[in-house]
Every structure is written in C-alpha cells, then in structure tokens.
Design a protein around this ligand. Sequence first.
Ligand SMILES: NC(=O)c1ccc[n+]([C@@H]2O[C@H](COP(=O)([O-])OP(=O)(O)OC[C@H]3O[C@@H](n4cnc5c(N)ncnc54)[C@H](O)[C@@H]3O)[C@@H](O)[C@H]2O)c1
Length: 325
Amino acid sequence: MNSVMVTGAAGMIGSHLIDRLLADGVVVHGLDVVPLERANNLREARSHANFHYIQGDIRDKATIERFFRPEASTLYHLASVVGVRHYMEDPLSLIDIAIIGTRNFIALCEKHDVRILFTSTSEVYGRNPVVPWKETDDRVLGATSVDRWSYATSKALIEHMLFGVYRKSGMPMSIVRFFNVYGPRQNPIYVVSQSIYRALRNEAPEIYDGGRQTRCFTYVGDVVDGVIRAATNANAVGEVFNLGNPAEVTIAEVVDMCLRHSASSLTATAIETGKKYGAVYEDIERRVPDVSKARERLGWQATTEVETGIAQTVAWARANPWYLA
Ligand SMILES: NC(=O)c1ccc[n+]([C@@H]2O[C@H](COP(=O)([O-])OP(=O)(O)OC[C@H]3O[C@@H](n4cnc5c(N)ncnc54)[C@H](O)[C@@H]3O)[C@@H](O)[C@H]2O)c1
C-alpha cells in the first residue's frame, strides 16, 4: 500500500489533503505541533485505520527521526508559521521553523530517496508590479526592517535549498506556490475566514486600507488536487508551479460576498494598517498568478468560482458549531 508523510497535518490545507489521501486508499503519517485530541481539523481522519499521527515540532531532530518513514513515497511538507499577524509578532521563530525543520527533512529524504512536495507561497514574488506572475518572474521585496518580507524570504530560501539539492543529488522534489487559499477549517485570521466567522457571530468584519487591494482566492479543494498532481506527476520533478485561481477580486468585494452569503446586514470596520502595525508592515496591491505551467504540465486548473467557494465555506461553518464557538 502506498504510504506518505504530511507535516502541518492539523492545519487547514494539511487536513484536507489527508482526507483526500485517505479516501484514495493511501496510508498517511501526519505530524503537527497540535495534540491530536485538540486537532479539530482531523476529526474525521483521526479515527481512520490508515491514519497515524505524531505530535511534535519540526525543529526537533529526534521528533523528525521518530516520525520519518523511509518506506513512504512522498513527504508533503506543509508545516509552517502562517499568517501576517504571526510573522509580524515573531519573525525569528518563523525563520527557525522554516529553515531548521526543512533542512532536517531534506537530509532524511535525500538519504532514503523520498520525494518532497514543498508548499511555498505567492508572497515570494513580493510586490512585483507586473502581473500575472510566471514561476520564473522576479522577486521584488522590500527592506529587511519590514517584518512582512521574512515569510517570503524564508520560503524562497527553502526553494533555493530544494533546487540546490535536486541539482546536486537528484533528490526528487516539487514546489507549489499557493495564492490565497480559503475554505472550511481555516483559522479565522484571514480575510475570507475572518469575514465569515465574524458575520456568523454577528460581529463586523475588518477591511484593511480601504479594501482596494486585489487577490486571487483559491478554494482549498482545488489546491489539494493540484498538490497531489505536483507530488505524483513525473513531469513535476525539479519544478515549481503556481497554484491559484486567476480570477482577480478586490478585498472589499470578497468581504461583501462573505457578508451576503452569511445573510448579514453588518458593514465592515475600516482598519488602517499604518496605525495598527506601523512601519514593519507593507501591503501588496495586486497578486495574480499565471497558471499556464500547471495547466500544461499537470492538467490542473482551479474550477471553483469564488462565490461558490464562499457559499460552501459558509455552509460548512454553519454546520460545524465548534468552529464558531
Ligand atoms: N493558506 C494560504 O493561503 C497559503 C498561501 C501560501 C502558502 N501556504 C502554505 O501552505 C501550508 C499550509 O498552510 P495552511 O493554510 O494549511 O496553514 P495552517 O496554519 O492551517 O497550517 C500550518 C500547520 O503547521 C503547523 N506547524 C507550525 N509550526 C510547526 C512546527 N514547528 N512543527 C510542526 N508543525 C507546525 C501548525 O500547527 C498548523 O497546523 C504552509 O506551508 C503555508 O505557508 C498557505
């Protein structure tokens, strides 16, 4: 039976990936810092006979060695500090987790010839003003005194590590760069999840800096499909792929959709990030993927329209009271 490892197993994308792999008959070994009994996102997976879990920190070498399965075909490496607020609070931990954790996994994967799928981010393009972004486009980042760039920099450094080891030893690896993933189970600190969470609790959502920035919101189900294709397709070895829905919407529009689908008559509260975060913050005006490479090589494209994905996320939140508690 095929077996795989998934780090960041208790997270939004990790848990959806695990549900899909289990449904496909794969044996899954998950790792996350969250204790299994507190991992609400794994409510369905945790009673599955093919699911195994270890709680631990990827910075800890002994944990990684205990977790690692040399017989596994693939390591899906998703564990990461995620969310602007978190990396603004503690860039040092973010970088430690990214670099130390991944370095340890690379050594084991190289030794046992296990393929790595690494989840990177559209943030690596920084504020490159020329959209849509192709995988080979420039990274345009701000000053190192601006904490926001620590996340993009740490993900890009891991990409460099993976390309380096692939060229040196041929260790099979693939990288995906996500564009604003949303959907059921997401921590309510991002624009879609926060707006739905608040609207359903009768609290006003927040809009940063007028909401004129645009994003390409990508439904988690679409992303999981792209991740599996990138991890299993022979054409994807040694390659990086944008995984995003190219439909561009403003933040104000998406908050409005969340309010509408939640049947809420509230209005969003305006937040000025300059006042909230100070000079260590900087926003990105537009973030749009060119997805032709994923379409051509993986036969992948996002198929869930934002309105549909938001409606599904609202329906899921209503049906899962623990999420709104
Ligand atoms: N959601 C998005 O829009 C998005 C966009 C770009 C990239 N990504 C990447 O996708 C991956 C999954 O993101 P997500 O949205 O599911 O986020 P998430 O926060 O829901 O999941 C991340 C998981 O990693 C775990 N984790 C953090 N530090 C850890 C550590 N030291 N050891 C073990 N586990 C640790 C967390 O507990 C969490 O369960 C991440 O690598 C993220 O950087 C996500």
